[in-house]
Structures are given as structure tokens and as C-alpha cells.
Write a new protein. Structure first.
Length: 70
């Protein structure tokens, strides 16, 4: 099973390929292949980054503070 870090590296490679002129879809004969679009790739990237931060003990922590009432 692939780790979140290795999946993130693959997503980054796919994003780079699309941004540097790679085709998002192509056809050979009667077969058509469509890759994920940038929006989907960036969404998945964000989810993986969040997972990695949580696994490493990071991430966002929220605390609520109240002033003592007199």
C-alpha cells in the first residue's frame, strides 16, 4: 500500500506534467484516455498534505479562551 507521502509525490508529478504541456486526454483509435484535471489533483494534494501533517503531529489546533468574569 502506498504511503501518503509517496502518493503526494505522484500527484506533484502529475500536476507538473499538466502544467508543462502534458496532455490531459488523448485518443488512440477508438480508445480515449482522460487524466484527472488540475482541480481534482489540487484537491487530492490538499487532502494528502493534511493527512501527512496530522500523521506527523502537526496540523491546526483550535483553542477557545474566555476571560474570567468579575
Amino acid at each position: 500500500m502506498a504511503t501518503a507521502a509517496s502518493l503526494l509525490a505522484q500527484i506533484d508529478s502529475a500536476i507538473e506534467a499538466l502544467l508543462t504541456g502534458g496532455a490531459s486526454s488523448y485518443s488512440i483509435g477508438a480508445r480515449t484516455v482522460t487524466k484527472l484535471d488540475l482541480k481534482d489533483l489540487f484537491n487530492e494534494r490538499r487532502l494528502l498534505q493534511t493527512q501527512i501533517e496530522r500523521d506527523n503531529g502537526g496540523g491546526l489546533r483550535v483553542a477557545k479562551f474566555q476571560r474570567p468574569r468579575s
